[in-house]
Every structure is written in structure tokens, then in C-alpha cells.
Design a binder for this molecule. Structure first.
Ligand code: FE
Ligand code: FE
Ligand code: ZN
Length: 278
């Protein structure tokens, strides 16, 4: 079965998201743990979480992939921005344990002129402070397009982050198809080659989820503008290859395409049609 879903609004709670994605034809989803601009998370509603957990079990949900706010930048040169990142990350780690065993995805950050080495060191400082042996959540580093001073646009950088943390087994990677193509990994013409490279540098078992987005921009553009599936430079064939690749086909695929809910339902149906069960 294809594990597919899209980004949903968290405002009505977990059970509402579970019901919504079922109606859209999916069995996993993503949501922002709080407003993308940061700020307060919704109060914890234990009854909602319990109802969601039962619902997800009954409907054979795959792991869900929470997304940190975009403003979380643990390697900012600005002290207040770093403190904010620590505060959000610490709180999000606690909240994620209320829905045990799922994924928490974040953008590693932008070093804004401090250089890659300092950036990676600050990212690891945050991870080392808040990851712990007992947690059931796997924290996913998202592959980035390399716009501005973003860290995480090369497999080597992601490897360095994992190598410099105390709990590498609590970490994994979320591969964003738009971002890696923009960053210069040619998943259109050489998906096998890219995955081999990933395996050599990071280890394919560390790949836990994918963001499936087409790209408005060509190869190596470092732009990060998502496009609807099949309408951009990746093209429909690339997505057919991705969802059916033996190394990928059992992972959760999350759509972050520019769509309303009807558009998401159509893309979910399209990818399910292209999926080969065996
Ligand atoms: Fe993201
Ligand atoms: Fe993404
Ligand atoms: Zn993006």
C-alpha cells in the first residue's frame, strides 16, 4: 500500500486531521507543530490524542511527519533567534512524545555568513541538548535546496550533523524531491545514482520519509519553489519512479504542493493509480 498524505492545518486537532486525510484518500499527513511564524503551540488535548491514536490504528495509518516552524533556525548568528529555536525544539520534543513513535521534520538552518562548520556545530548543540535515549520520536533533517546559506543541501552536510550528535539513532532524513533537484541531485535522469550516493554517504536505512513536490525551477537552481505534481521540471515519470522504487516504496510520502484540498485529493488519487503493489 502506498503511504501517502499531504500537509494539513492542525487547528482542529489530531482526530480532525486523521478524518480529513482519510477523506482525501491518504493514510499519513504532515502539520505544523505551531504557527510557521513560531509562537505558541495549541494546548494539549489528551482526549483528542487518544481518539486520534485509535482512529489511526483502525485505518492502518503510517507514521505521521510533523513539521517544525520555518522560523526555527538553531544556527542563526543572532542569539535570540537561537534561543527561540531551542525553546520551540524542546517544547516540540515533549509534545511529540504524546503521539509516540512518529516523525518530527525540521530544516537544519541557515548559517547566515558564519560558515558551514559553525552552522553545523550550532545545529548539533541544539540536538545534543534535547535529544535523549528514551524518546520514541525520530527527528528528521530535511534535505534543503541550498538557497541563501541553508545547511542540508548536500548529503555530506547531513552526514556531518548525524556524526556530531550523541543520539544518531534518534535522527533520520526526510528527502524533499523539489529541494534535492534544486540542490543538484538529478532524480529525474539518475534516481538510482542519487540513491546510491545517499546510501554511501548517509546510509539508505536513515531515509525515513519523502516530501513529494515538483519544482518550478530547473536542475541546480537553488530556488525552492514547489510545483504541482507533474507540472514542473521533475515531471510525472519521476514521481512514478520514486513511489515505486524498491528502496522507497514503503516510506511515507507527503505532498507539499501548492493545492487546495481538492487538488491534494486529485494528486493522492493520481499517485495511488501509478503505484504498483508488489
Ligand atoms: Fe520543509
Ligand atoms: Fe519539504
Ligand atoms: Zn520547500
Amino acid at each position: 500500500m502506498l503511504n501517502i498524505g499531504c500537509h494539513l492545518s492542525a487547528s482542529a486537532g489530531f482526530l480532525a486531521m486523521g478524518r480529513q486525510i482519510t477523506e482525501l484518500g491518504g493514510n499519513t499527513f504532515a502539520f505544523f507543530t505551531r504557527n510557521p511564524r513560531g509562537g505558541k503551540a495549541r494546548p494539549v488535548d489528551e482526549a483528542d490524542i487518544k481518539a486520534y491514536t485509535d482512529f489511526a490504528q483502525k485505518h492502518a495509518f503510517a507514521k505521521i511527519v510533523a513539521h517544525s516552524p520555518y522560523t526555527l533556525n538553531p544556527c542563526s548568528p543572532d542569539k535570540h533567534t537561537r534561543e527561540f529555536a531551542h525553546m520551540v525544539f524542546e517544547d516540540d520534543m515533549k509534545r511529540m512524545e504524546l503521539i509516540p513513535g512518529n516523525y518530527y521534520n525540521f530544516h537544519p538552518g541557515s548559517h547566515v555568513g558564519q560558515g558551514e562548520e559553525q552552522g553545523i556545530s550550532l545545529i548539533c548543540e541544539m540536538l545534543n541538548k534535547y535529544l535523549n535515549e528514551a524518546q520514541t520520536t525520530t527527528v528528521l533533517l530535511e534535505t534543503m535546496s541550498g538557497k541563501g546559506s541553508e545547511i542540508g543541501s548536500s548529503f555530506e552536510q547531513l552526514r556531518l550533523i548525524m556524526d556530531n550528535t550523541s543520539f544518531p539513532d534518534k535522527l533520520g532524513i526526510c528527502l524533499d524531491t523539489c529541494h534535492v533537484y534544486d540542490a543538484g541531485y538529478d532524480i529525474v535522469n539518475d534516481l538510482d545514482g542519487v540513491l546510491e550516493q545517499f546510501d554511501k554517504i548517509i546510509g539508505i536505512t536513515n531515509l525515513k520519509a519523502l516530501h513529494v513536490n515538483d519544482s518550478k525551477n530547473p536542475y541546480q537552481s537553488h530556488k525552492d519553489r514547489h510545483e504541482k505534481i507533474g507540472k514542473g521540471f521533475l515531471g510525472i515519470k519521476t514521481f512514478e519512479n520514486l513511489i515505486n522504487h524498491p528502496k522507497l516504496k514503503n516510506l511515507p510520502f507527503i505532498l507539499e504542493t501548492p493545492n487546495d484540498l481538492d487538488g491534494y485529493a486529485a494528486e493522492i488519487a493520481l499517485l495511488k493509480r501509478l503505484y504498483k503493489e508488489t
